[in-house]
Design a protein around this ligand. Structure first.
Ligand SMILES: *Cc1c(COP(=O)(O)O)cnc(C)c1O
Length: 454
C-alpha cells in the first residue's frame, strides 16, 4: 500500500487511510470472495472422469449439454473448449462468411468480435449506453450496411442489454442476433433467460467467470440448423451422417472449420455440479451486492450499475461488477485517485476503468494478420470501415466513469458494511484527494480483463 507523505491541509489529520488514518476494512475476508465454490461433490465428479480415463470422450459433455439446455430453456446446447470457440462457431452457425459485417459494442472483451476475422468477415463497432454499459440500441442503425449480417449483444458486467429494442432493430433489417452471455449466465431480462432471446448465444465458462467450470464455452440456440452448423465446424467426432441438417450430411467426417473444439470432460463434470448449485449461489450474490449498493444510495459521486429487479430482470452472478463514477460531484477528483484512496481503506481490487474501446486497438486498424496486403479488418470489404478516435464517444470515455467494486459471494452484512464504509468515507473526504491527483490516463482500463480476488 502506498501512502503519500503530505496530508491534505497542513496541520489537520485526515481520517482517510491514504493519509495515515484508520482503514475502513478491518476484517479478514475469509471465503467472502472465493469463487468458484468447490466442494467434495466437484472433486468426486472429476475423480470419476479421471479414474475412468474418460477425459476426451463426449458422454459427460452431452449430459451437461442436456442439463444446460433445459436450464436455459432452449432445445440445443453445444459444449466447447472455451467461450471464444463457441463465439466463432455461433458466427459460423449463422452463416457469417467472407465480406460479411457484424456489429458489436466497442466496450467488451475482444473475443466478442475478433473471431469473425477467421471467417473472412469483419466488424463495425457501435457505442454503448453510459448507464447499462451495454450496446446502445440508438447507435446501431447508422452502422448497418448491405453487408451487415448480425448484431453481437454483450450483457456487459452482468447487466442485461436492452433486448426488446435490439431484437426489433434486427427484425426490421433482417439481421441475426448473437448474445455473448459470458458475463451474465443465469441472468434475466424481463423474466426471460439471457441467452435464450437472440438467434444464438455463446458464453465463456472459464474459471474467472460467473458460471465457472475450468475452461469451457457453451453455445445455445432454438435453431437446429445453427446448432448443426456449429457442430460440423469443430466437433469432428460428432459430425457424422446422422446429422439432421441435410446440406451438411455429405461432408460428414471431417470438421468444416478444420477446428477441434470439444469440451474437456473434466470441465463438463465440474459444470454439471456447478450448474446444480448455480441459481442458489447467484441468489445469495445478488442479495449481497444489492445490499452493498443500498448502503451507498445517495452517496455523492457513486452510482450503482444494476437493474431494477422488480421489472423481472436481474444480474445473475454480478460478474466483473463495477460502479459508475461522477467526478463532477466530487470536485473533479479523478477516478484513478478515488480508487487509490479506496484501496488504501482495505478494498484491494478497486481499480479504475473497464475494457478499453476495441476500435482504438491496432488489430482493428493496421494489422495485416493473414497477408492480404492490407489491414485484416478491411481484407474483404469494399469500404474503409475503420472508426477513428471520437467516433464512439461513450465507449472512449467510459474508463473514467467506472471502477471495480468487491464481488461478494456471501450475504454477510457486517463485512459488507465495512466495504461500503470505505467508499462512503472516500466520497465524504474527496476534497482532500485533490492533492497529488495526477488525473486519469487516456483510454483507462485494459484490453484484457483481470480477475481480481480482493
Ligand atoms: C471471457 C469472455 C469471452 C471469451 O471466453 P473464453 O472462455 O475466455 O474463451 C468472450 N466474451 C466475453 C464478453 C468474455 O468476457
Amino acid at each position: 500500500m502506498t501512502k503519500t507523505l503530505f496530508s491534505p491541509a497542513p496541520g489537520t489529520q485526515s481520517p482517510l487511510a491514504l493519509f495515515a488514518g484508520g482503514k475502513s476494512v478491518t476484517r479478514e475476508p475469509g471465503d467472502l470472495f472465493t469463487w468458484p465454490i468447490i466442494t467434495e461433490e466437484d472433486e468426486e465428479a472429476t475423480l470419476e472422469v479421471l479414474r475412468a480415463g474418460n477425459m476426451s470422450g463426449t458422454d459427460v459433455t452431452r449430459k451437461f449439454e442436456g442439463e444446460f439446455a433445459e436450464w436455459m430453456g432452449v432445445p440445443y446446447a453445444l459444449g466447447f473448449n472455451n467461450g471464444t470457440a463457441s463465439l466463432l462457431a455461433a458466427m459460423f452457425g449463422l452463416g457469417i462468411g467472407v465480406g460479411d459485417e457484424i456489429i458489436c459494442p466497442a466496450t467488451t472483451y475482444w473475443a466478442s468480435a475478433l473471431p469473425v476475422y477467421s471467417l473472412g468477415g469483419t466488424v463495425v463497432f457501435a457505442d454503448i449506453d453510459p448507464m447499462t454499459l451495454c450496446l446502445d440500441p440508438n447507435d446501431i442503425e447508422r452502422h448497418i450496411s448491405s453487408r451487415t449480417k448480425a448484431i453481437i449483444v454483450v450483457h456487459y458486467l452482468g447487466h442485461p442489454a436492452d433486448m426488446d429494442a435490439i431484437m426489433a432493430i434486427a427484425e426490421k433489417h433482417g439481421l441475426k442476433v448473437i448474445e455473448d452471455v459470458s458475463h451474465a449466465l443465469g441472468g434475466l431480462y424481463k423474466g426471460r433467460k439471457l441467452g435464450s432471446i437472440g438467434h444464438v448465444a455463446a458464453s465463456s465458462m472459464m474459471t474467472g467467470k460467473s458460471l465457472a467450470i475450468g475452461e469451457g464455452g457453451m453455445l445455445t440456440t432454438h435453431d437446429q440448423e445453427v446448432h448443426d452448423r456449429a457442430l460440423a465446424f469443430g466437433h469432428y467426432e460428432r459430425y457424422t451422417e446422422e446429422i439432421p441438417t441435410a446440406s451438411l450430411k455429405r461432408f460428414a467426417g471431417i470438421p468444416l472449420g478444420g477446428f477441434k473444439n470439444r469440451m474437456h470432460q473434466l470441465s463438463s463434470a465440474v459444470g454439471r455440479v456447478q450448474l446444480r448449485h448455480y441459481d442458489r449461489r447467484c441468489a445469495e450474490i445478488r442479495k449481497a451486492m444489492n445490499h452493498f449498493w443500498d448502503l451507498l444510495e445517495g452517496v455523492p459521486g457513486l452510482r450503482a450499475h444494476r437493474v431494477d429487479e422488480s421489472t423481472g430482470s436481474n444480474m445473475a452472478g454480478w460478474y466483473g461488477n463495477h460502479g459508475l463514477y461522477r467526478a463532477e460531484e466530487l470536485g473533479g477528483v479523478s477516478v484513478t485517485r478515488f480508487c487509490e484512496a479506496v484501496r488504501a481503506e482495505g478494498v484491494s481490487d478497486c481499480q479504475p476503468g473497464c475494457n478499453k474501446p476495441l476500435h482504438s486497438h491496432p488489430i482493428f486498424n493496421e494489422v495485416d494478420i493473414y497477408g492480404h496486403g492490407r489491414p485484416t479488418r478491411l481484407a474483404n470489404s469494399v469500404r474503409d470501415l475503420r472508426q477513428p478516435q471520437g467516433s464512439l464517444p461513450v465507449a472512449e470515455g467510459i474508463g473514467r466513469q467506472v471502477y471495480f467494486i468487491p464481488w461478494f459471494k456471501h450475504y454477510r452484512p457486517e463485512a459488507i458494511s465495512e466495504y461500503a464504509s470505505a467508499f462512503r468515507k472516500v466520497s465524504e473526504h474527496a476534497a482532500e484527494l485533490k492533492v497529488a491527483d495526477s488525473g486519469d490516463e487516456e483510454n483507462l482500463g485494459g484490453w484484457n480483463f483481470f480477475h481480481p480476488t480482493t
